[in-house]
Design a binder for this molecule. Structure first.
Ligand SMILES: Cc1ncc(COP(=O)(O)O)c(C=O)c1O
Length: 343
């Protein structure tokens, strides 16, 4: 039997309702969204809007129109960072960021002259809110934080950082790649201005789906310009949402698949999913700690982490362990730097 343990990269298997919904749309509908006025196009449009509504509900966002679809959380983060930050702006971030944030910030630092302050974390990946407060300067425009480290699993104090950002009138961008679909997120209560998420990890949807929840009135420049299906004679990108930040034919099949995944998540309940993940984590942490020569990193307390357990085994390089597990045991794990080299 194959055992897939690479869910931090992408979740597998998906609920069967996901491929079923995609198949049904491609075979029986096939219309684009926001363009045609024939019945099938309107039906496709309705299904896309339903996914926006489900996402708004999941994250307690009050306006589905400002749920912007992208192709990935990487694109969502680029959109928020490149669309908002201007030369001279200061940004506070964590030392746990994935390259989706880090490379984008470094590029803006080199090409646009933004300034970055990195908040240190403990060896367990824990952040002290006092360090975040100390990093803020009069020119801080944004705080960008991962909700949970994809390397150590450690969940970050998002609600406290959100409250601090709100008090200081600083934009707060959260990378929810590792948490959306497994840890409850409330953009209003947690004062999250911009929430970047991906569809293909714990939201259980297909690859090529993701989005940005815009819970603020910040001016965001689009990453791309192009057709939106409406106001075609107007020569610039419209300034109303979601069209302001969505150009080109959408990934309708993927978004419909994501909609089916969200219905599955709602029926299961995040609490049930999180409870199962906690149980599996406790089991795995106990069992792994008996392996001779193993060193496990990050918190040993499943309530402080998402379902990620990083480890090394004495005298073996990680790639060797991953290769052995795959070839001899049909267990699929990830080895390497996990796109977050500073961690
Ligand atoms: C914390 C975090 N941010 C961003 C990403 C990038 O995700 P994607 O490649 O789906 O855009 C990942 C993926 O591993 C991640 O774990």
């Amino acid at each position: 039997m194959d055992i897939f343990l690479d869910n931090a990269a992408t979740s597998f298997p998906k609920p069967l309702a996901v491929p079923d919904a995609i198949y049904d749309y491609i075979v029986n509908n096939g219309g684009t969204s926001g363009r045609g006025s024939y019945e099938k196009a309107i039906l496709a449009d309705g299904l896309v809007y339903q996914t926006r509504k489900s996402l708004a509900k999941l994250f307690n966002h009050d306006d589905p129109k400002t749920v912007v679809f992208t192709s990935s959380v990487t694109e969502s983060l680029n959109l928020a960072l490149k669309g908002i930050l201007k030369p001279g702006d200061h940004v506070v971030t964590s030392s746990l960021e994935h390259n989706a944030v880090w490379r984008c910030l470094k590029t803006l630092e080199r090409d646009q002259g933004i300034h970055i302050t990195v908040v240190p974390a403990t060896e367990q990946g824990e952040t002290d809110i006092k360090d975040v407060a100390a990093a803020i300067t009069p020119t801080t425009k944004m705080i960008v934080f991962t909700h949970a480290s994809n390397v150590l699993g450690t969940i970050q104090p998002i609600a406290e950082i959100g409250a601090l950002a709100r008090k200081k009138n600083i934009l707060f961008l959260v990378d929810a790649a590792q948490t959306a679909g497994v840890i409850p997120i409330d953009v209003q209560e947690q004062n999250i201005d911009l929430l970047a998420f991906t569809g293909h990890k714990s939201l259980l949807g297909p690859m090529g789906t993701g989005g940005l929840i815009v819970n603020c009135d910040a001016n965001i420049d689009p990453l791309i310009s192009g057709g939106t299906g409406g106001d075609s004679a107007y020569e610039y990108q419209p300034d109303y949402y979601p069209n302001h930040l969505e150009a080109g034919t959408m990934n309708v099949s993927g978004i419909i698949g994501l909609g089916a995944a969200l219905a599955f998540l709602e029926a299961e309940g995040l609490e049930t999913i999180r409870h199962k993940e906690d149980t599996l984590m406790d089991y795995a942490l106990n069992a792994l700690s008996e392996v001779p020569g193993i060193e496990i990193y990050g918190p040993r307390d499943s309530s402080k982490t998402v379902g990620v357990i990083p480890f090394n085994i004495e005298d073996h390089v990680p790639e060797e362990i991953a290769f052995y597990l795959d070839q001899e045991c049909h267990v699929m794990i990830r080895s390497g730097l996990h796109c977050a080299p500073s961690v």
